[in-house]
Design a protein around this ligand. Structure first.
Ligand code: MG
Ligand code: MG
Length: 261
């Protein structure tokens, strides 16, 4: 675990802010018929125009700026010629790298006429992220975050992906500790003040098991049922966490773009 100084937290805040603004740019053109590669191009241009570089492109040889994962795809989907369709659940994860520090967070958009079942999954997953983040306070343990997420989503009959987890962030995209989206209260590593972590529940409508697509990147649900993914970056503090990430720019676009929520 690498504790961050005040200066480092400010740099992380800037990288993180750019993620939020980039996701909002992408949301502006997100509608049925758009190709995922077009969303990726908008994100890459916007990030570079703002003096940063994409945080994911080239990371472990990942070929794109965004991870775009649709419906049964959970995370790490590669943008391409696929067109977004009415009724799709589209997870968009974005990374930035600026002044030596990474930004990394994600939002899942419901596009067009999404079924009530899927919309509920979307809403519950988003809420679970905030419940987990609330536990990111000094003296709590990693298991407190996981417990908050798991107990909430399982009360709706959903399952928590075990194979992928959240993480610390800083000069590296992925730092310790691993932030599980499941766990037991009072267990795991103790959270120190000024640790910066990405919390990212990946919640499935059906079974928790996952498989990898032939592309070697895309992770999808074993039963092909839908999955949702939301991610925030927070600083562990006394009493309550400090959010470095924000959905405020996305929320503004959602109020104007009636194709998405
Ligand atoms: Mg992450
Ligand atoms: Mg991410």
């Amino acid at each position: 675990m690498i504790i961050k100084s005040t200066e480092e937290i400010e740099l992380l805040r800037q990288s993180s802010l750019l993620v939020g603004k980039t996701l909002a740019e992408v949301a502006k053109i997100l509608k049925p018929g758009v190709k995922t590669i077009a969303l990726d191009a908008v994100a890459e241009t916007f990030i570079r125009d703002n003096g940063a570089v994409p945080g994911f492109k080239g990371y472990g040889n990942f070929p794109a700026t965004l991870c775009i994962s649709i419906n049964e795809q959970i995370v790490h989907g590669i943008p391409g010629d696929r067109e977004v369709k009415d009724g799709d659940l589209v997870s968009i994860d974005c990374g930035t790298y600026m002044n030596g520090y990474y930004g990394d967070y994600a939002y899942t958009f419901a596009v067009g006429d999404v079924s009530d079942d899927v919309l509920k999954l979307h809403d519950v997953t988003k809420e679970s992220l905030y419940l987990g983040a609330k536990m990111a306070i000094m003296g709590n343990r990693v298991g407190d975050i996981g417990f908050a997420i798991q107990s909430y989503v399982e009360s709706f009959g959903y399952s928590v992906v075990r194979d992928l987890v959240g993480h610390g962030i800083g000069r590296n995209l992925h730092e310790g500790p691993e932030i599980y989206n499941y766990g037991r209260r009072g267990t795991g590593k103790k959270l120190p003040e000024n640790l910066v972590i990405c919390i990212e529940p990946m919640i499935n409508l059906g079974v928790k098991e996952v498989v990898m697509e032939d592309d070697g990147w895309t992770i999808l649900t074993k039963d092909n049922k839908y999955s949702a993914h939301f991610e925030h970056t927070v600083v562990v503090k006394a009493g309550k966490p400090e959010f470095l990430s924000t959905y405020e720019f996305i929320d503004e676009v959602i109020t104007m773009n009636t194709n998405i929520r």
